[in-house]
Write a protein of this length. Structure first.
Length: 74
């Protein structure tokens, strides 16, 4: 396969992955908001889980952005 086409395909794939992760983050943020309305946050497992899920997604988003950046530079 042509290196330029391969690069374009890689960028397309990683940008699609990034979009999915960003969509998942929005969903988790909505869950976090809904859980926060349930009351005492210190004992709210759903809220704690949403915070952890959001952090995991943010790390994954940062990693994918770095991969995209590296591909664009190559």
């Amino acid at each position: 396969m042509d290196p330029k086409k391969l690069k374009i395909e890689k960028l397309k794939m990683w940008n699609e992955n990034l979009a999915k992760l960003e969509e998942q983050l929005v969903v988790v943020q909505h869950k976090k908001g809904a859980a926060a309305q349930e009351g005492d946050l210190s004992e709210n497992a759903a809220y704690t889980m949403a915070i952890e899920d959001a952090e995991t997604l943010r790390v994954q988003i940062d990693q994918v952005k770095k991969i995209i950046s590296d591909i664009e530079k190559s």
